[in-house]
Structures are given as structure tokens and as C-alpha cells.
Design a protein around this ligand. Structure first.
Ligand SMILES: O=C(CO)COP(=O)(O)O
Length: 254
């Protein structure tokens, strides 16, 4: 298969300077597989990006948690993709459910953002996922397909995209998707990419899982053939994030 494992740490709106320093020190001292085996990307709040980048070991990378949908300018409070490029920030998370839900970011808006960020040279962790209500009504696949389509409509190359499947009901709830539940949706997403984008993109695009991943449940999730890594919230602030990075070497089920 050859998809490199990807582990992202989304710190969300957390941290003080001293807490950030402590997390980075732990990461810098960790024994983990090489960059050939796993991509590790941590995403601090904007205000700590430059600081984290300056302290962080060179085999780990940083991501912003958002960026503006088009070129910067008279947009008080926003951060543009160009600024991230200027700071040497390689990655950005786009379309996280907290922004979709709390800040009403639509599928189209998220698709536009992904397209613009890629056009500026950023790599994108694009987030999708259904709510509990949508899952219970049986529309999970339709919801994530529509979210993915809005992204695919604005993207000509998938080379710099990681797709993060994060069921909303599993985020911050301690209610992790079972390995089967995650695998099922990842499989459907890969199939969607195959039919609607192409076989090569489907085979090479990393689809990572997010939602209550921790040091104890990561290994079993990592055995699933279509789970190519994780986007971790709460546990990325703790030393167990190292265990999650190390799940990159778990053997996949056939
Ligand atoms: O939203 C997430 C990562 O982007 C997941 O958060 P938790 O790992 O805290 O559930």
C-alpha cells in the first residue's frame, strides 16, 4: 500500500507558554520511528506557532488550525494562508467540526479554503465527519461524501491533502469509534475517492481518524487497513501522544 502513517496533534485553544514548552520538551525527548515511517505534525494555537516551530525537533512539523479562505487584507482577526507560508508553517487544519458547527463553516466554504490554502503551497489536513444525529439516521456515508465532494470540487491535486475523518460524536467525549466503525467509513471514503477522483488518489491519500484517540485505543485502530493515522485532540497534550505516534509500527490486518 505504501501510505505513510500520519499522526497529528490538534492542541485546539489550549496552552500557556510554559505548558507549550513542556509539551515540546516531551516530544523532543521521545523515541519514535523515523520520518520515513511516520509524519508527525503538531498544531498549536496561532500565537504559539512560531515559538513551537523554533523549539521543535526537525523531524516533527507544525500546522495552523485554520486560515482565511482567500488572500489576506482588511479582515480583522483573520490569519491568511500567505502569512503561514511566510512563517514557514507547512501545514494547516481546515474544516474542523468545531469550526463547522460553532462558527457555521459550510461545506462550500471549507472546500474554498482547502483550494486556496493548497494554491498557496500549504499542505492541508481536511476534516470531515458526521454528527450523532446523522449517524443514527443512517446518513453517515452521505454526509462525509458531501463534505469530501465540496473539497474535491476545489482541488486539482490530492498530493498535499490528508483527509481526517472525525465523527463529531467521538470528539472530546471519550466515546471512540470502534475499529470496525472507523474502518467502515474510511473504506467508504476511499471508495468515494476511487469513483469520483481516481484510483491513484484513492490508493495514495491518507485517511486518518480523530475522536477520543488515546494511548490505550490507538493500536487496535491502527491495525485497520484503511486507517492511515490519527488526528488527536486531548491526548496530544499529554505524554501518551508518544504512544500514539509509536502505533505507526503496528502491523495492519490483511
Ligand atoms: O477533534 C479532535 C482532533 O482534531 C479530536 O479531539 P479528542 O481527541 O480530544 O477527542
Amino acid at each position: 500500500m505504501g501510505r505513510k502513517f500520519f499522526v497529528g496533534g490538534n492542541w485546539k485553544c489550549n496552552g500557556t507558554t510554559s505548558e507549550v514548552k513542556k509539551i515540546v520538551t516531551t516530544l523532543n525527548e521521545a523515541e519514535v520511528p523515523s520520518e520515513d515511517v511516520v509524519d508527525v505534525v503538531v498544531s498549536p494555537p496561532f500565537v504559539f506557532l512560531a515559538y513551537v516551530k523554533s523549539l521543535l525537533r526537525s523531524d516533527f512539523h507544525v500546522a495552523a488550525q485554520n486560515c482565511w479562505v482567500r488572500r489576506g487584507g482588511a479582515l480583522t482577526g483573520e490569519i491568511s494562508a500567505e502569512m503561514l507560508v511566510n512563517l514557514g508553517i507547512p501545514w494547516v487544519i481546515i474544516g474542523h467540526s468545531e469550526r463547522r458547527q460553532i462558527l457555521n463553516e459550510s461545506n462550500e466554504f471549507v472546500g474554498d479554503k482547502v483550494g486556496y490554502a493548497l494554491s498557496q503551497g500549504l499542505k492541508v489536513i481536511a476534516c470531515i465527519g458526521e454528527t450523532l444525529e446523522q449517524r443514527e439516521s443512517g446518513s453517515t456515508v452521505a454526509v462525509v461524501a458531501a463534505q469530501t465532494k465540496a473539497i474535491a470540487d476545489k482541488v486539482s491535486s490530492w498530493e498535499n491533502i490528508v483527509l481526517a475523518y472525525e465523527p463529531v460524536w467521538a470528539i472530546g467525549t471519550g466515546k471512540v469509534a470502534t475499529p470496525d466503525q472507523a474502518q467502515q467509513v474510511h473504506f467508504e471514503l476511499r471508495k468515494w475517492l476511487q469513483v469520483n477522483v481516481g484510483a491513484e488518489v484513492a490508493a495514495s491519500t491518507r485517511i486518518i481518524y480523530g475522536g477520543s484517540v488515546n494511548g490505550a485505543n490507538c493500536k487496535e485502530l491502527a491495525t485497520q487497513p484503511d486507517v492511515d493515522g490519527f488526528l488527536v485532540g486531548g491526548a496530544s497534550l499529554k505524554p501518551e501522544f508518544i504512544d500514539i505516534i509509536n502505533s505507526a509500527t503496528v502491523k495492519k490486518d490483511d
